[in-house]
Design a protein around this ligand. Structure first.
Ligand SMILES: N[C@@H](CCC(=O)N[C@@H](CS)C(=O)NCC(=O)O)C(=O)O
Length: 214
């Protein structure tokens, strides 16, 4: 819809895939700004001095960062779609999932494996940080698997939490975890997400191959 002036900064295949999918769900025009690791500093500091994606601009003056907040802001643009849950308690649950996925699964577990320098200055300890990160990733996927009871993480319809799980599941594939065999309930959930027009289009726009279970 004209007037919202929506802009999303993203890195291909990153956690920003989740809000990217939600933007396609709401069906409003938006602008995508593809970033690289190099572009995360410099001019981008004016957008997000934390030097991370996603960042969402609304009406050119509100800049929102942090995935759960970004997804809530997008959901609020089309409240009738209930993208962060149908009831107030669903929304609470979506935020509960989002803060844990962002803080523990992403900021602790995957960051340990991919960004060990964020935890310790001495490179000789990186392998230990990576190994602990891998343990936490596996524990976290197991936690998700045990928690899921159907094809959706929150309520009985698609929400941003499913999109977030989809983005993170792909990282599990990237690090070659046996996702399909070890996490069958999560695999069924992300397969549902992967069939949505929004997810297919978002992967394509980010230059990623179509999703497949490996
Ligand atoms: N807490 C932030 C973390 C965002 C984040 O770390 N994003 C990654 C992409 S998945 C990033 O920008 N990485 C750049 C880097 O590690 O320098 C959130 O949940 O939005």
């Amino acid at each position: 819809m004209p007037g919202d002036n929506i802009k999303l900064w993203y890195l291909p295949g990153s956690c920003a895939l989740a809000p990217h999918i939600l933007l396609r769900e709401i069906g409003k025009d938006f602008e995508l700004v593809e970033m690289t690791m190099e572009k995360l500093s410099g001019e981008y500091d004016a957008i997000n001095p934390k030097r991370r994606v996603p960042a969402l601009a609304l009406n050119s003056n509100e800049i929102i960062t942090e995935n759960p907040a970004v997804m809530l802001a997008i959901s609020n643009l089309a409240p009738e779609k209930h993208l962060m849950g149908k009831t107030q308690m669903d929304t609470v649950r979506a935020i509960e999932w989002g803060t844990w996925l962002s803080g523990t699964m992403h900021g602790q577990a995957f960051a340990g494996v991919w960004r060990p320098h964020r935890f310790i200055g001495e490179p000789e300890f990186y392998d230990k940080i990576k190994a602990q990160g891998m343990i936490t990733i596996k524990e976290s996927f197991k936690f998700i698997e045990d928690k899921l009871s159907g094809l959706h993480a929150v309520g009985d319809e698609f929400t941003g939490t499913d999109a977030y799980l989809f983005a993170i599941y792909r990282w599990g594939q990237t690090i070659k975890l046996p996702m399909a065999s070890d996490y069958p309930k999560l695999t069924a959930l992300v397969l549902e997400v992967s069939k949505r027009e929004s997810a297919i289009a978002a992967l394509k726009a980010e230059g990623r191959p179509p999703f497949t279970v490996q």
